[in-house]
Design a protein. Structure first.
Ligand SMILES: [Zn+2]
Ligand SMILES: [Zn+2]
Length: 246
């Protein structure tokens, strides 16, 4: 939630967005999918946006138009807007492999387990300036190191195990949350193993679990990563910008 606003704050005019990649259908990854498109349309979108994600994104797109039928039809009629339903082109991804190839970028999907979710994809972005892999949310998966072999930047999720009990104690409605977190994310120590095995130039830690615990410092996030990985580590912050080549 908040991706439209963050794009604006990052200086990206949202009607210029061309592609959306969803890694998996947890709500912290897809909640603003439809609304990002809608905001782009409201802000003047006239060219298509292609969206990619695991099975379900095509159905979600269809249902999104049902949800917003009244406003869509009102604005087409009353404001002379183009029909947004023709401008959002969704594609379910079911297998590993190249999902998009343009003159600027080749995007490859790679399935990685995020229990109980199996329809979950990491993405590799190959550009003339360098190659980036986003891990998606993932349990520790040594195969990701092969997928990310030698890339310039690996953006990997991370779990700080010593803070899990505190997180679970403050979340009052998740009886099996601790088990979910431990089973479905990668500890900082294991993130270091992946980055070292892949031999990446820069490791960017992102998607922090917990994401809002002020007691967890940047040193906490990197300490156990460094046990296994000696390359450059960046602790990601909102709106941080990293230039390629690194
Ligand atoms: Zn997830
Ligand atoms: Zn997530």
């Amino acid at each position: 939630m908040g991706v439209s606003r963050q794009l604006v704050r990052a200086g990206v005019p949202i009607p210029q967005v061309k592609y959306i990649f969803i890694s998996h259908h947890h709500s912290d990854h897809n909640l603003e999918y439809g609304n990002l498109f809608y905001n782009a349309w409201a802000a003047g979108l006239s060219t298509p946006i292609h969206s990619f994600g695991p099975k379900g994104i095509e159905a979600m797109t269809k249902e999104y138009w049902e949800l917003n039928k009244f406003d869509v039809e009102t604005r087409i009629e009353d404001e002379g807007r183009p029909d947004p339903r023709k401008l959002l082109i969704a594609k379910d991804i079911s297998d590993d492999g190249v999902v998009l190839k343009t003159s600027d970028v080749t995007v490859t999907a790679f399935r990685t387990p995020h229990p109980p979710i199996t329809d979950n994809f990491a993405y590799k972005f190959e550009t003339p300036d360098g190659t980036i892999v986003f891990s998606s949310d993932t349990a520790y998966n040594p195969k990701l190191a092969e997928f990310a072999k030698g890339v310039d930047v690996l953006v990997h999720e991370c779990l700080y195990v010593p803070a899990v009990d505190r997180l679970v104690a403050t979340t009052k409605n998740g009886a099996t949350l601790k088990k979910h977190l431990l089973d479905s994310h990668t500890s900082t120590e294991d993130v270091g193993r992946i980055a070292a095995a892949a031999g990446v130039k820069t490791l960017v830690l992102s998607h922090f679990v917990p994401g809002d615990d002020r007691q967890v410092t940047d040193d906490d996030w990197t300490r156990d990563v460094k046990k296994n990985y000696s390359g450059r580590i960046v602790v990601a912050k909102d709106l941080m910008e990293l230039k390629l080549p690194v």
